[in-house]
Design a protein around this ligand. Structure first.
Ligand SMILES: Cc1cc2nc3c(=O)[nH]c(=O)nc-3n(C[C@H](O)[C@H](O)[C@H](O)COP(=O)(O)O)c2cc1C
Length: 178
């Protein structure tokens, strides 16, 4: 599943149900986190409903251009502190593990996901009701994979699984070297 999952930008018109989105979030809910604090929050919108348009308006234009065809959008938010004093040092790391659970759950259901860091971070807090204790981490476009022909020519060229650096470039025994 690790090598089969990838992030298309072309989505079909096939809708997703709220139950499907809640199944993805249920998978995310079971992600591990430091001290089991679960410092993640999810905001979602389903195509055809006003929440989708709100989330879409918070994507940078590049992402909005293709993600408007997604069947749903999910924003991942992390909680910086639960008592206003001690920070949750791993809030972003933990939210990242929740996103990966969500992505793999989607893959197992025949859905595709595409993470997006290109968001309107300045506009978002007011529109999404985020206070200073909440950090907007990323958006996720969700849906069924579509025909690449719906994309611009330049994006069609990028519509394929990508490679990775070799393990030797990132795995070190004992200390980083090289
Ligand atoms: C946190 C995060 C932010 C990303 N931001 C964007 C983005 O703003 N726009 C975009 O088109 N792709 C974005 N991507 C997709 C990545 O470029 C993609 O996951 C990466 O190239 C690996 O490809 P794969 O997911 O198909 O294996 C993002 C992915 C992640 C995980």
């Amino acid at each position: 599943m690790f090598t089969e999952r990838w992030s298309p930008r072309a989505f079909s018109d096939q809708p997703v149900t709220e139950d499907q989105i809640l199944t993805l979030l249920e998978a995310a809910r079971w992600a591990p986190s430091a001290s089991n604090l679960q410092p993640w929050r999810f905001i979602y919108g389903i195509k055809g409903e006003p929440e989708f348009d709100t989330l879409l308006s918070l994507l940078i234009p590049f992402n909005e251009g293709w993600a408007k065809r997604a069947a749903a959008l999910i924003f991942v938010v992390s909680v910086k502190s639960f008592d206003g004093e001690r920070p949750v040092a791993t809030h972003s790391f933990d939210a990242g593990s929740a996103w990966m659970s969500l992505a793999l759950q989607a893959h197992s259901m025949g859905l595709v996901t595409h993470g997006m860091g290109g968001l309107e971070f300045e506009k978002a807090p007011l529109i999404l009701g985020l206070n200073d204790n909440l950090k907007l981490e990323a958006g996720i476009a969700v849906g069924y994979q579509g025909d690449p022909a719906t994309l611009s020519e330049s994006l069609q060229k990028r519509e394929m699984p990508s490679t990775r650096q070799p393990l030797s470039a990132m795995a070190f025994k004992g200390k980083i070297s090289g």
